[in-house]
Design a protein. Structure first.
Lengths: 378, 126, 478
């Protein structure tokens, strides 16, 4: 074994002491030239692809626009559009892409009944079939599956349950989130249980996507988002649920407090406190004061003061006044304490009067800064 | 008596939305002025007599709030009704729009029939 | 003697081989990183975050010093970015011209009473201005005593900023309308805390800019600016996007960088004495996270979101590069404890050593290499065929790397509408090694020497020309 090893070393040494290096460098040089050539060809291909797209777009856009105006806006057609009149060749991939992009833009800008007619047009142009095929056969490729799910949601087309189950079980989070968005747009409230029970792995951007999908639908109800709050869930998942609770004004203070008490993640606690404030959970005022004493985090303390400002019923005026009058505390904390006093008028009128009568020059400046109507963000 | 057509200034940088609103409003018989940016809009607002303004909020050069503010401060168009069309759905954007002087706020995507109704509410038929 | 020369050859050989391996790895990693970014980007709508009321707030902090020529248009363009929740904090850093007066007049500003916590050190804030117009409610102008550096001015902005994220930019930079959306998407699209995000910068020299808005990007006509454009494309798309794959970004540019304010403040804010304040800041932010045993990510996105006016005279360019070189040396010296220190994880084990060995030492190795070459020639010790072969290979490899960066740039987006711009850029790659690269090496060495001998850096005044307004291309006119 050792002999073989020695032989290999000897061969390698001989190679490099002889013609080895020049040969290697020559090969590297040829490869560099080859790759450089490929780069130039690649640049030319990208340039040409973009050029073709722009030419195709500028050709198809006026045709499609005039068709939509005539059929949808003037003749008020809802379905069974005379697609043949368009004269498009939807066998070509480029035309399919361009038409999809243009229709997406129109559907994004035109709402109401006309928007629904536009979606039907999208369907009748064959995008339904294409999308259904892609979600079954695109294997692991994320982009076509996500795009197809978006298209199917736009067209409000039903996808078979077994296909949906597969997508919801996909290892790629982007596909799962696209499936959530599809379900929420097509099934509405019926999809809530299914979606919220599978939120593991989402990040804050996915949470924003799901949130926007729900609030942009016509959903208006009393679904209990808070039932899904759980300290074992990630911050992003809990944040999504809390944002929805706030948007739909679902006041479930006990669930939020459970999350605050059980959670070690400061971001979750801060978000829960923020939600209590926005939901006007008035009975939480005392507990919030206790929470203030339990934690040192400046960010959390500011959030507690803001929440008290929103939901306070006059029980925390001494607390707020003491914070404001303590010049050792950070300015930001004092600002929010004063702001919260202002929002609790008339309970706080006497406190504010007392503070204003007993200020020094610096505190006076601070008060004028906080109360200046031109200062919107502090 | 010579009845002039009602004139609407439409300010929108999205090509598709602008041309759709143009089509719908022209069909209703209104006279239109179009602007694709805050800069173009500011020039038109100070020079031309307008009966109604429809504006987006997110615009290049000067946002919708500034345009509405200028309209309210202009000498010839300060009482012109203003309709905001925007994708911003948060309370702050809506409240700010009204504070600056807008009369109406429509969230995107826009229903053409709703747009016409709201325009007629403000300035009547063309 | 022969052994000594062999050893020198061996050292240079290893260095070059390692550098080659690094570039090949960056080549692979940047492609994957960019493809991943584009896949995510193409599968979502930019409108979602732009119009969402739960999008996190951002404070744009832009220092201004003697920017009278362009200040109004530039501030206007910052105030019209497409994002629902942000403010613009302009820091007038003791300008000697009428920068402040122009702002006051244009935006109807009035001085307000204020009290500021100096969370990070900066010179005294003399006044804060807000607008009486509700339409300009997101604008805040700070007037402060000049601190001698941009870092000091940015710190003042951080002290006043209200939102949890800071976008640090120069007031003369032209930003894309969706800058805040793109950067915040990168922040939110992560399981770990993102403490900084950067994006590609390009030159606005020769681009068509109207009232602070980019109408059409064009390749700079001036050769120096063109070299810089090419260098930026290579540095961002090949370099930074490659490091992005490993979460090993060495620097987020001060021209455009989004930062987590809490971490900025915890790290002590920008260092006004540093000549490379942006890289120094990122270094300290990484170290603070590691010192507190917290996971973090720094991200880069390949899209060009910022166009900036680059120095177009040799004097200004060398001055800038001397400053950068001195800044790098300061960072190496001040934070040397991070070198191969496992406590600082990827920052200590990869980023810092890479910067030290392949960024800091590279110009030194080049000069020594040239000296060695000359020595070998003088002593008839050179193997001419091999030497020429090597030179040709190194040259072609550098041309290939630049061309690959241009390819990546076109893959991301076609920024140049004119075909001749792309062709000229590709051709510039051929002359860069002979013309531009020696200037950079010279500036770096000069910077190191100045830093070693403690010479005071002369900032100079970069004369703002505003951007040219050449006729847009025929396609745009149509």
């Amino acid at each position: 074994m050792l002999n073989i090893f020695n032989d290999i070393i000897h061969v390698v040494r001989t190679f490099f002491e002889g013609r080895g290096w020049p040969l290697l460098v020559t090969v590297a040089l040829i490869l560099s030239v080859l790759f450089w050539t490929c780069c130039l060809i690649g640049i030319a291909i990208f340039y040409y692809r973009d050029y073709r797209y722009r030419i195709c777009y500028s050709r198809i856009y006026p045709i499609l626009r005039d068709f939509i105006y005539e059929q949808v806006l003037v003749k008020n057609n809802v379905s069974h559009f005379p697609i043949d009149k368009l004269g498009l060749n939807l066998e070509k991939r480029l035309e399919v892409k361009v038409v999809r992009d243009i229709l997406h833009e129109f559907i994004r800008t035109i709402g109401g009944e006309k928007g629904r007619s536009m979606r039907n047009l999208f369907n009748e142009l064959g995008y339904d079939k294409e999308a259904q095929y892609e979600i079954r056969h695109a294997a692991k490729h994320m982009a076509p599956i996500v795009r197809s799910l978006n298209d199917l949601a736009l067209m409000k087309v039903v996808v078979q349950e077994n296909v949906l189950d597969k997508l919801l079980a996909s290892p790629k989070i982007e596909i799962r989130v696209a499936a959530f968005q599809y379900l929420l747009q097509v099934q509405g409230e019926q999809a809530f249980d299914r979606v919220f029970s599978q939120l593991e792995g989402i990040n804050e951007l996915h949470a924003v996507d799901i949130y926007q999908t729900i609030v942009l639908t016509d959903y208006f109800g009393t679904y209990s988002f808070s039932q899904w709050l759980d300290e074992s869930k990630t911050f992003a998942a809990n944040k999504l649920l809390m944002d929805l609770m706030v948007y739909y004004q679902e006041l479930e203070a006990s669930q939020l407090w459970k999350l605050i008490v059980a959670n070690k993640d400061m971001n979750t606690i801060i978000k829960a406190v923020n939600s209590l404030g926005k939901l006007l959970a008035r009975e939480s005022e005392d507990q919030l004061r206790d929470l203030y004493d339990q934690h040192q985090s400046l960010h959390l303390r500011i959030e507690i003061l803001k929440a008290i400002g929103r939901l306070g019923q006059g029980k925390s005026l001494d607390f707020l006044a003491n914070i404001f009058e303590n010049s050792e505390l950070p300015v930001k904390l004092r600002k929010h304490a004063y702001r919260s006093l202002i929002t609790q008028r008339p309970y706080s009128t006497m406190y504010l009067r007392r503070i204003n009568d007993n200020t020094d020059a610096m505190t006076d400046r601070l008060i004028r800064y906080i109360t200046n109507p031109m200062v919107h963000y502090i | 008596m010579w009845n002039e057509k009602k004139r609407i200034l439409v300010i929108e940088d999205n090509e598709i939305l602008l041309s759709t609103m143009q089509f719908v409003l022209l069909r209703e018989g209104y006279d239109l002025l179009l602007a694709k940016s805050g800069k173009e809009a500011l020039a038109l607002v100070s020079d031309e007599t307008i009966d109604l303004v429809i504006t987006d909020l997110a615009l290049p050069f000067a946002n919708g709030y500034e345009i509405i503010d200028r309209i309210r401060k202009s000498s010839i168009n300060n009482e012109v009704p203003v309709i905001i069309i925007s994708g911003y759905r948060d309370d702050n954007s809506i409240v700010e729009g009204f504070e600056v002087g807008a009369n109406d706020y429509i969230k995107k995507p826009i229903s053409p029939s709703e747009l016409i109704s709201r325009v007629r509410l403000r300035i009547g038929h063309a | 003697m022969k052994d000594f020369i062999s050893s020198i050859e061996f050292i240079f050989g290893c260095y070059c081989l390692l550098l080659l391996i690094v570039y090949v790895l960056l080549f692979r990693m940047s492609s994957i990183s960019i493809r991943k970014n584009l896949r995510t980007r193409n599968s979502r709508s930019v409108q979602t975050l732009m119009e969402s009321e739960i999008a996190p707030g951002v404070s744009i902090v832009a220092p201004a010093y003697n920017e009278s020529v362009t200040i109004v248009n530039n501030v206007r363009s910052l105030m019209t970015l497409f994002y629902s929740r942000y403010e613009v904090v302009i820091v007038n850093d003791g300008s000697k011209d009428d920068t402040l007066e122009k702002l006051i007049h244009e935006f109807d500003l009035v001085q307000i009473d204020f009290l500021v916590d100096y969370l990070v050190p900066c010179q005294e804030i003399k006044a804060i201005y807000k607008s009486r117009d509700i339409s300009h409610k997101r604008l805040t102008v700070i007037d402060k005593v000049n601190g001698g550096s941009k870092a000091d001015a940015v710190n003042a902005g951080i002290n006043v900023a209200a939102f949890p994220y800071i976008l640090n930019t120069d007031v003369d930079c032209v930003l894309a309308n969706d800058t805040l959306v793109q950067l915040m998407e990168a922040v939110l699209d992560s399981k770990e805390r993102v403490i900084a995000v950067g994006a590609t910068l390009r030159m606005s020299n020769s681009s068509y800019v109207d009232a602070g808005m980019l109408v059409e990007a064009a390749l700079p006509k001036a050769i120096l600016a063109r070299f810089q454009e090419m260098e930026y494309i290579r540095s961002y798309l090949l370099g930074k996007m490659g490091w992005n794959y490993l979460n090993c970004i060495p620097n987020v540019s001060g021209g455009l960088g989004l930062f987590d304010k809490e971490i900025l403040i915890a790290a002590g804010g920008y260092d006004s004495h540093s000549l490379g304040e942006d890289m120094e800041m990122v270094t300290r932010m990484c170290m603070v996270m590691c010192d507190n045993h917290q996971k973090y990510t720094i991200k880069y996105i390949p899209q060009t979101l910022c166009w900036t006016e680059g120095p177009d005279s040799l004097k200004m360019l060398t001055r800038q590069r001397i400053r950068w070189a001195r800044g790098l040396m300061q960072i190496m010296r001040a934070h040397r404890k991070a070198f191969f220190n496992p406590k600082y994880r990827q920052f200590g084990l990869i980023v810092f050593p890479y910067n030290a060995i392949f960024e800091f030492f590279a110009p030194i190795m080049e000069i020594l290499g040239i000296v060695f070459y000359i020595y070998l020639i003088a002593t008839n010790g050179i193997n001419w065929p091999m030497a020429i072969l090597l030179l040709i290979f190194v040259y072609m490899f550098s041309v290939f790397l630049t061309s690959f960066s241009i390819l990546l740039d076109n893959y991301v987006y076609k920024y140049y509408k004119r075909r001749q711009d792309i062709i000229r850029l590709c051709l510039t790659a051929f002359i860069e090694p002979f013309v531009y690269h020696p200037i950079i090496v010279y500036s770096s060495i000069k910077g190191y020497i100045q830093e070693l001998f403690g010479k005071k850096h002369a900032w100079g005044d970069m004369k703002r020309k505003g951007t040219l307004s050449p006729e847009p291309s025929i396609e745009t006119k149509k």
